[in-house]
Design a protein around this ligand. Structure first.
Ligand code: UT7
Length: 374
């Protein structure tokens, strides 16, 4: 494994003070897929746990979904858009190669005083963006950062390729990162409240296992690349599967140890929603009991950078994410990349928020749980 570091957060305490989520209404079931692909509900369910996924209506892009989730997160935090300092969009399906999808989201949300950028880190993007946001707020560089995981992956799938087309779905989730109101300064402390620490890693030797081969500067788009369908996502599922089950365990243990916690301290495990078998195998190795794992891939498939904030929104709406809970977020994906975040959930508004809060429940869809938590 290369390039991994597990810092705990220094500086002022920071937290997630608002959540938002949006899913397109169009549902595509496994049975629907079997009408035009050589696949079956049985295969997809047994190998992945996925039963159905959402597909963005024609004409909509990642930013269109992200804007709705972002507005919800701002309202939930009680923040007005003018207060936001930075908008970070994590996505593998950006509106365009250039400019950043975040610029449109910031503009459409009215974040007129904010910088904006995209984070490209495969399906790990949300955790990476969260780390950037948390660091910026903890250091005092920024006060409020809006992190949006937005995906219209259906546009980048080869609908003739059963190895990828059955796995992914569209959706968006958003989080506001802000200073933690009322918390005392804890510079140098290894444990506390709010966002506690991260473990981010990357191993570029696995680049070919999950990629869109053409359309960038290494293989510019041409009639030939389009004819060869190289503008679509390609994946060596078996290699990614092995990588994922390995890094989830390693990264989770690193961030826990670095923050002075153990697996037994965890209240909720929110892994990237790629495959139920990956999640269950990793959780078993870690010793996380089933009733502490949150999943929604059964209904949405792999929503890439949106999967973790979608889970957080739904878990909170279902009362499964409560103030004081120790939560482990775990992302992994193209790059290859991985990222773990440990946080103690706080149920507060953004400190110094000046906006009008409507305190939305977050998700636009009803929650679907893995199992009831004690
Ligand atoms: O978020 C990014 C990270 N991505 C992931 O984490 C994905 C990681 N990988 C996986 O989740 C799994 O590897 C898959 C779900 C993609 C595949 O499951 P698998 O158990 O590794 O299956 P496999 O690729 O070894 O394929 C087994 C068989 C093959 O047939 P043969 O060679 O045994 O005759 C495949 O051709 O299943 C076949 N197959 C399918 N059959 C029906 C592959 N895809 C399908 C399909 N429907 N959609």
């Amino acid at each position: 494994m290369t390039g991994s570091a597990a810092p705990s957060l220094f500086g002022r305490p920071v937290t997630i003070s608002g959540l938002g989520a949006h899913l397109p209404g169009k549902v595509l079931t496994n049975h629907d897929l079997a009408t035009f692909l050589d696949t079956s509900d049985e295969w997809i369910t047994q190998r992945t746990g996925i039963k159905e996924r959402r597909v963005a209506e024609e004409g909509l892009s990642a930013s269109d979904l992200g804007i709705i989730a972002a507005r919800q997160a701002l309202a939930d935090a009680g923040l007005s858009p003018e207060q936001v300092d930075l908008v970070i969009t994590a996505t593998i399906s950006p509106d365009r190669l250039m400019p950043a999808t975040a610029a449109r989201i910031a503009y459409q949300c009215g974040c007129v005083n904010a910088g904006s950028l995209d984070v490209s880190a495969g399906c790990t993007g949300f955790v990476y963006a969260l780390a950037m946001a948390a660091g910026a707020v903890a250091s005092g560089l920024h006060q409020y950062v809006l992190v949006v995981g937005a995906e219209a992956i259906s546009r980048l799938l080869d609908w003739q390729d059963r190895a990828t087309a059955v796995l992914f779905g569209d959706g968006a989730g958003a989080a506001v990162i802000s200073p933690l109101e009322g918390a005392s300064e804890r510079a140098g402390a290894k444990t506390g409240v709010g966002i506690l620490g991260f473990d981010l890693g990357s191993d570029g030797s696995g680049e070919e296992f999950l990629l869109i081969p053409a359309g960038g500067s290494r293989l510019p788009a041409s009639a030939e690349t389009v004819a060869a369908r190289q503008h679509y996502m390609k994946m060596n599922g078996h290699e990614v599967y092995k990588f994922a089950t390995r890094v989830i365990v390693q990264s989770a243990l690193r961030v826990l140890e670095h923050c002075g916690k153990t697996v037994d301290d965890l209240d909720l495990f929110v892994p990237h929603q790629a495959n139920l078998r990956i999640i269950e195998a990793a959780a078993k190795k870690l010793g996380v009991p089933e009733n502490k794992i949150y999943t929604n891939l059964q209904r949405y498939g792999n929503t890439s950078c949106a999967s973790i904030p979608l889970c957080l929104s739904e878990a909170r709406a279902e009362g499964k994410l409560r103030a004081g809970d120790l939560v482990l977020l775990m992302g992994f994906g193209a790059g290859l990349t991985w990222g773990a975040c440990l946080l103690e959930w706080t149920d507060g508004k953004a400190a110094g928020a000046g906006g009008t809060s409507t305190h939305t429940a977050g998700s636009t869809a009803g929650g679907n749980t893995h199992e009831e938590r004690n």
